[in-house]
Design a protein around this ligand. Structure first.
Ligand SMILES: [Zn+2]
Length: 134
């Protein structure tokens, strides 16, 4: 049986859906498409694997803790190929969620491997990409 619009949209916050419609209308008014938006998002730097909507509490419980301040860590993908700028071949980076703390730890495991290892796979909303900046 086909799902109703209520069933299909139940996983999203009302505010997110309103923002989506606003963005869609704005794209359309300017002769752009969802594909343009997808392309734009794919090119955004410094983004990260974040807890899915409603999964933040569980993420905070399961995620590795910051060794400096004890706050849960977030995970970021490093998409620079090993070599110049990424001599150690890092694939992911954990960083502290505490805005006052600058802890970060680079690792050769991929984001996907990290999520599996820490039991976070189903909690991550999106794996965004970033370049290593230092
Ligand atoms: Zn910290």
């Amino acid at each position: 049986m086909p799902k109703t619009i209520e069933q299909l949209m139940a996983a999203f916050q009302l505010r997110d859906l309103q923002n989506l419609v606003t963005a869609y209308d704005w794209l359309k008014q300017n002769g752009r498409t969802i594909e343009d938006l997808r392309h734009y998002l794919a090119g955004k730097p410094r983004e990260m694997a974040r807890p899915a909507q409603g999964a933040a509490a569980l993420w905070n419980k399961k995620a590795p803790r910051c060794p400096r301040c004890g706050a849960p860590l977030l995970l970021r993908e490093i998409n620079l190929k090993p070599g110049r700028g990424n001599e150690n071949g890092y694939r992911s980076e954990w960083h502290c969620t505490n805005g006052d703390c600058i802890y970060e730890k680079y690792d050769r495991l991929t984001v996907s491997e990290q999520l599996n290892r820490h039991g976070l796979k189903n909690l991550a909303r999106s794996v965004r990409r970033c370049g290593k900046e230092r």
